[in-house]
Design a protein. Structure first.
Length: 229
């Protein structure tokens, strides 16, 4: 896998931190009990194993229909991330002034923009792509970093680390560090600069959301001011 393709796929996995995966009320107690029995590393490994197993059932179909990748991300990735906390960190100080509707629109627009632009890359993950290292935590620890490596077809593996914290539903990720670059920090700077340049108000927040909803790549938003902004 080329480096650019790999990083796009890793970014898409990180984007799972940006959208909520609702848990049916009747299933919540069982889910919480299961999650608390898993260590942070086990949470990442189980999610990756489930995703890869599903891809292997019909990888060619997913290549032809990238839109179907969303269902896999919804099922295997999203239950293991603290979605609103990550979204709050990405919007930074603008989260406080955003309306509830803007917050929900931002979460959904960002995720779908990443999926539409990079969904095909995630299909190329294979069973020998990911290596998850054990995480040592002490009783009472509420934060952990899970170290992983993602193999490439050429060159050294890419370091991908997950920042996680303990919730009532178990360990959940809230940031992903790709080759030393924080996904949360990077997009906070990109989106924050655009919102600030356009006045830092509700209209500026809407402008960024509108660009995401139109399909613009999140990485481009920090580089150029949107047309008609």
């Amino acid at each position: 896998m080329r480096r650019s393709t790999y990083l796009a796929a890793a970014a898409l996995l990180a984007a799972g931190c940006m959208i909520e995966a609702p848990v049916p009320a009747a299933a919540a107690p069982a889910a919480a009990q299961s999650a608390t029995q898993e260590s942070p590393s086990e949470v990442i490994q189980v999610a990756a194993d489930g995703l890869l197993k599903a891809l292997n059932t019909d990888r060619e179909m997913y290549r032809k229909n990238p839109s179907k990748v969303q269902a896999l991300v919804d099922q295997y990735i999203l239950p293991h991330v603290d979605t609103r906390f990550a979204a709050q960190l990405v919007l930074g100080r603008y989260w406080r002034t955003a309306t509830p509707q803007q917050r929900d629109r931002f979460i959904n627009a960002f995720y779908h923009s990443m999926l539409n632009n990079y969904g095909t890359a995630i299909v190329e993950f294979t069973s020998n792509t990911l290596k998850v290292f054990p995480t040592r935590i002490k009783p009472g620890d509420q934060n952990a970093t899970v170290r992983t490596e993602m193999a490439r077809t050429s060159g050294p593996p890419v370091n991908v680390n997950y920042y996680m914290h303990e919730t009532p539903q178990g360990w959940k990720a809230w940031d992903v560090i790709i080759d030393g670059v924080s996904y949360v920090k990077s997009y906070r700077e990109d989106f924050g600069s655009q919102i600030a340049q356009q006045g830092g108000n509700a209209a500026a927040i809407d402008s960024v959301i509108n660009r995401l909803e139109s399909g613009e790549k999140p990485a481009q938003i920090g580089k150029t001011t949107g047309r008609g902004s």
